[in-house]
Design a protein around this ligand. Structure first.
Ligand code: PA5
Length: 463
C-alpha cells in the first residue's frame, strides 16, 4: 500500500497552537473513546459503506451488465444529486483519461462518454440533450430514496423524450435505488428497467463504492474491482484504535482538535493533481453534510470544508490561507507518480525568467509547488497535513475515498453527532414539495415558503 500521511505541520512548534508532545496521550485517549463509540454503532450494521465483501454480488451484476451493453451506447448520462452524483464525477475526473468526453469513439475504445446532470437547471439538461443521440444513450437514474424531486424531475423529462422518439425505455434507462422501496423500484419492476441496489445501510454520501459510483464507472471501462480492492485495503488499515497507526483516525482527530482547541474549523482539501481535483467537492459534501449538526448537548457544531486545487488556487485562495484569519487547516494531496509526464523544453536560454525551467518536468514543477506551498504555510505558522499517494489510479482512489469516509465516521464520534443523517435539509425539501403540490404534506409544512419574520420584507431592486 502506498499512502503516507505527514502531519508534522500540525504540530508545535511548527504551528504555534499545534499539538504538543504532551497532548498525544490525551488525543490518543480521545480517539480510543471515539473508536469505541464507532465500534459499538458498527455492531448494529449501519456502516454498510465499508462492508465491501457483502456488496460483491451486486458489483458482479454491475460488471456483467456493463459488459453485456458494451458498444451499445455512445453516451451515459447520470441523473442524480448530492451523494448520488458527486462520486461519479470524482471517478470520471480521476480515472478516465483527460477530456474523455471530447475524445472520439475510437480514442475511447468504443466506451461511452459520461455526463453527470446534478442540477435541475434547464440550461445544463438541454445542453446535454442537444449533443447526444437518444438511440445511442443510456440514462442512469440514481436515487437511493427514489423520492428526490430534482432527480425525479430529470427522469420525467428524459423519459418523455425517449417515449416521443419511440424508443424502448427498458433499453435506455437503468436505475440505482433502494433494493425494495421507493418510486424508482416500483417503476423498474413495472417496466422491466434494469435496476441495481444501494444497500439500505449505505448512505448517499458514503455510497460511491456501491452501484451509485460503480455502475457509471464500469460502463466507461473503469476497473471497479481495483477501486474496491484499494478501498478494502484502506478499510483494513484504519480499523484499529491506536491513533498514531490509524491514518483515518489521525486525520479526524487532528482536524477535530484543530477546530475545538485551536479555532481552526475551516478544513481545506487541496489536491495537487487534476486527476484528484473533483475528490475535493466530493469530500466537501461528505464532511459538511455528515458533521454540520446539532450535537449530543444540543449545540450547533461542525467544521466548514473548503475545496481547493493546486497549483491553480495558489493564484486565488492561498493568499487567504497564508495571511487571512488563522482558522484553517489545509490538507494537501500529492501523487508521487503521475501518469503523463511532459518535459519543459529549454527554448529561451538567454531569458532569466524562463531559462531555469528548461529540462524540468511539469509533474516535477507541480510537486515542487505543492511542497513549496506547504513549506510557506508552515513558515507562516499555518497548520497543514500532506497525504501522498503512489499513483492516481483506481486502487489508490478507492483507498483515498475509504480513508475520508472512515475519517468522517470517526469525526462524527469526536464531534458527537450522527454522521449518517441529514435532518437539516429535510425542511427545505418539504417546503419545495409543498409549493409544487406534493400530495403527502404534514401540517408543519403549511406555512409555505414565506420567510418567517415579524417585519415586512426588505428588498432592493437595481434598475
Ligand atoms: O448524502 C446524502 O444522503 C444526500 O446528499 C443524498 O445523496 C441526496 O440527497 C440524494 O438522495 P437520493 O439518492 O435519495 O436521491
Amino acid at each position: 500500500m502506498s499512502f503516507v500521511l505527514d502531519v508534522t505541520a500540525m504540530l508545535d512548534p511548527v504551528v504555534p497552537n499545534g499539538v504538543r508532545e504532551a497532548d498525544w496521550p490525551l488525543l490518543a485517549g480521545r480517539f480510543r473513546e471515539a473508536h469505541g463509540a464507532v465500534a459499538a454503532i458498527a455492531a448494529t450494521g449501519v456502516y454498510g459503506y465499508r462492508e465491501l465483501e457483502a456488496q460483491a454480488g451486486e458489483r458482479t451484476r454491475v460488471a456483467q451488465f456493463a459488459q453485456s451493453v458494451a458498444g451499445q451506447y455512445d453516451d451515459v448520462v447520470v441523473l442524480g444529486i448530492g451523494g448520488s452524483s458527486l462520486g461519479a464525477i470524482a471517478l470520471r475526473t480521476a480515472l478516465l483519461p483527460p477530456a474523455w468526453n471530447a475524445r472520439t469513439s475510437a480514442q475511447r475504445a468504443g466506451r461511452p462518454r459520461l455526463h453527470v446532470l446534478d442540477n435541475v437547471d434547464p440550461r445544463s439538461i438541454a445542453g446535454v440533450l442537444s449533443i447526444i443521440a437518444l438511440p445511442r444513450t443510456l440514462f442512469v437514474v440514481i436515487s437511493k430514496s427514489g423520492g428526490t424531486i430534482e432527480t425525479l424531475a430529470q427522469y420525467l423529462v428524459v423519459r418523455e423524450r425517449l417515449e416521443a422518439a419511440g424508443l424502448d425505455v427498458s433499453r435506455h434507462l437503468a436505475f440505482v435505488t433502494d433494493p425494495a422501496k421507493g418510486a424508482l423500484r416500483a417503476i423498474a419492476a413495472r417496466d422491466s428497467i434494469p435496476a441495481f441496489a444501494v444497500p439500505p445501510n449505505v448512505g448517499g454520501r458514503f455510497s460511491v463504492l456501491s452501484p451509485v459510483g460503480t455502475l457509471p464507472a464500469a460502463l466507461c471501462g473503469i476497473d471497479i474491482e481495483a477501486l474496491c480492492a484499494g478501498a478494502s485495503a484502506m478499510r483494513d488499515a484504519t480499523l484499529g484504535d491506536a491513533l498514531e497507526q490509524n491514518a483515518a483516525g489521525l486525520f479526524a482527530t487532528l482536524q477535530w482538535r484543530a477546530h475545538v482547541q485551536a479555532g481552526q474549523g475551516m478544513h481545506v482539501l487541496m489536491p495537487y493533481s487534476d486527476a484528484l481535483r473533483d475528490l475535493a467537492p466530493w469530500f466537501v459534501q461528505l464532511w459538511a453534510e455528515s458533521l454540520g449538526k446539532v450535537d449530543a448537548d444540543g449545540l450547533n457544531v461542525g467544521p466548514t470544508p473548503i475545496a481547493s486545487v493546486g497549483a491553480t488556487d495558489q493564484h486565488s485562495q492561498v493568499q487567504l490561507f497564508m495571511e487571512g484569519p488563522a482558522d484553517k487547516t489545509v490538507t494537501f494531496l500529492r501523487v508521487e507518480r503521475g501518469q503523463d509526464e511532459l518535459t519543459i523544453p529549454n527554448l529561451e536560454p538567454g531569458e532569466k525568467a524562463l531559462s531555469f525551467l528548461g529540462g524540468h518536468a511539469l509533474g516535477e514543477l507541480l510537486d515542487v509547488e505543492c511542497r513549496a506551498t506547504a513549506g510557506a504555510l508552515a513558515r507562516a505558522g499555518r497548520a497543514s497535513m500532506t497525504m501522498s499517494v503512489g499513483a492516481a489510479d483506481a486502487w489508490h482512489l478507492g483507498g483515498l475515498m475509504m480513508w475520508l469516509m472512515q475519517a468522517t465516521t470517526f469525526a462524527g464520534a469526536l464531534y458527537r453527532v450522527n454522521p449518517l443523517d441529514q435532518p437539516g435539509v429535510e425542511l427545505g425539501k418539504r417546503l419545495a414539495n409543498r409549493e409544487l403540490g406534493h400530495p403527502d404534506l404534514t401540517s408543519h409544512d403549511q406555512a409555505g415558503l414565506a420567510t418567517p419574520s415579524l417585519s415586512p420584507p426588505r428588498t432592493v431592486r437595481v434598475p
